[in-house]
Ligand binder design. Structure first.
Ligand code: FAD
Length: 232
């Protein structure tokens, strides 16, 4: 997911792996503080792409309207598991040998991606990403990761046609994305309002302002960037 932004940022000066804990407005611009007590700045503008609950903490002391907008974007959690295999998955009747992804209609599992069939990954060996249903993720939010991985792999195996030998993984694991997916459409917002801006130099963009996919994040940032570039 980050390949596009890594490519776009290749000639930019970046500070990464740094959580911003606080924003401060000073006469020379915005300053960003990190957990080591370092201050970064000054900046004319600050664009925040963090999920809304994390953006809220940063904008709340500075802009009531942006803070309220953040409160209105619900971010739902999602459990994601993976399984790696020593050999190929069993062949499935009436299914292309090179199948790449599957959706599962019922149970805890909603989506399966076959990672080694993505471009450029042929040599990584058979591996699956297993995305849980959001409602199930909410119910099992505090469950242990090993148990979640087992449940999602069991659900995958149960979705295979009867008689298919159960694939035995070499390694499994799970990760909980606490702010995985925005509930944008529940808000009924029109998608042409896919970023927020204040007059004091703060702005918010990202998937939460538009929809749950990476192209939504892209379009939100693109629309905000176009407006900012035109308002120098
Ligand atoms: C498990 C999973 C699978 C997905 N699969 C797909 C898929 O197959 N296809 C698809 O189109 N979309 C998929 N998505 C959705 C896609 O990943 C998102 O839509 C996209 O990453 C959103 O980009 P963004 O830049 O808005 O936010 P993010 O990618 O969430 O980036 C926000 C960044 O802000 C950082 N951050 C947060 N707080 C702070 C802070 N205080 N200081 C500094 N940095 C901070 C975070 O660490 C993060 O790096 C998936 C999402 C998940 C969780």
């Amino acid at each position: 997911m980050s390949a596009v932004t890594r490519h776009l940022a290749r000639e930019l000066s970046l500070v990464t792996e740094t959580r911003v804990t606080r924003l401060a407005a000073a006469p020379d611009g915005w300053w960003l503080s990190d957990p080591d007590g370092l201050d970064h700045g000054p900046f004319d503008r600050v664009v925040i792409t963090a999920p809304s609950p994390q953006a809220l903490v940063l904008v709340e002391p500075h802009d009531a309207a942006l803070a309220q907008a953040c409160r209105e974007v619900i971010q739902r959690p999602c459990w994601m598991a993976w399984a790696r295999f020593d050999g190929p998955l069993p062949l499935l009747p009436d299914v292309a040998e090179e199948w790449q992804a599957a959706t599962v209609a019922t149970g805890p599992l909603r989506f399966v991606a076959r990672n080694d069939h993505k471009p450029g990954r042929a040599r990584q060996g058979e591996s699956l990403t297993l995305l849980a249903r959001l409602a199930w993720s909410e119910e099992q939010l505090e469950a242990p990761a090993d148990w979640v991985a087992e449940q999602l792999l069991d659900a995958f195996c149960a979705s295979l046609p009867e008689g298919t030998p159960r694939p035995i993984p070499r390694e499994t694991g799970a990760h909980r994305w606490r702010f995985a997916q925005p509930d944008v459409f529940a808000r009924g917002e029109p998608v042409n309002r896919d970023y927020r801006r204040s007059t004091n130099g703060l702005a918010l963009c990202g998937d939460g302002w538009r929809g749950p996919r990476v192209e939504d994040a892209w379009l939100s940032g693109h629309h905000l960037g176009t407006v900012l570039a035109g308002s120098r």
